[in-house]
Write a protein of this length. Sequence first.
Length: 318
Amino acid sequence: MRIYVTSAMVVLSVIMLAATVCGGESSPTPNIDATVEEKVQVELTTEASIVAQPKERLVKTIPTAIALPTPISTPLPTSTPVPPTSTPVPAAAPKKLSTSEIVELAKPSVVLIMCELPDGNFTTGTGVIYSSDGYVLTNHHVVAGAIELSVLITAVSGYQEVASATLLGSDSEIDLAVLKLEKGMYVPANFGSAREAKIGEIVVALGFPLADETDANLTVTNGIISSIRDDGTRRIIQHQASINPGNSGGPLFDDQGTVIGINTYVMRRSGGVNIEGFNMAITIDEAISRLEEFESGPDVPPAISALEFVNDTYGFSF
C-alpha cells in the first residue's frame, strides 16, 4: 500500500514544532499520530474512490449485449422412400413339345367313334374328350344317321375299353357334334385358341384313319399351318398334317399340346384338277362358342348318313 503525505500535513507539523521551541504557552499537544492516521485514511478512501471510478465507468460504458434470437433450425426435407423398381423379367416362352410328347399327352383324350347305321353298316371317326365327366367333341357327319354309338377309349396305362355314348346335340352346317360317354372318369384334352396360331407353325393331327387298315390304332401326322381363313361357313385352318377317312372329328394340336382345331375334310379337286395338301380343320374357337348349345340337347338335326357327305370335291373322312 502506498501512503501519500500532503503539503497540509507538512505545514501543520512545522507550526507545532515552532510553538514548542519558542516556549510559549503550551497548547494541548495534538495527537499527531491520530491526525496522520486519519489523513491517511481519508487519502486511502479518496484513492480507492479514484481507482474504483474508472471501473464503474467502464462497467457503465460496456454496452449490454443484445440478446440475439435463438436460431431456429429448419428441418431438412425428409426424402420419401422410393421402393426399388424391379427389373421386369420377361415371361418364359411356353414350352414346345415334340410330336412324340404330344402323342403321349393326348392319347387318353383321343377316341375312336364307331357308328352303327340302320342298314347294318358301320362307319368310324375320331373324337376328343374335353371334360372329365365324358363330353366328346366330333364332327356332325361322323355320327349322323347312327342308331347306336360306341367309343373306344385308351387309358393312360394303355388299356383300351369300349363305352357307350349318346348324341346330345349337333349342327350339320358347321359340322360339329357333342357326345356324352357313359359312367366313368376321363382325361380331357386342353383346348387352346386358333387366334394365337400363326402360318408356318407346326401342328399335329391325331386320329383313327382307315380303321380296318390300321387295326384301329391311333395314327399321328404333322405339318405346318398353310392358311387360316373363313371358308364361307366357319373359320378353318388349312394345314399339311395329312388326314384321311377316319380322321374326321379328331383334334389338331399346336406345338404346346393344346387343341386348336377339329379335323373335318380334305379338298381333293378344284376346277376339275386333282389337288393335294388341302387338309381342313374347323378352328376350336368355333366349337367352343357352341359347346353349351350342343350340351343342352336334344336339338339334333334330322339324321343324314355320313356317306352322303362324300363327293368328288370334298373327301370327308368317315
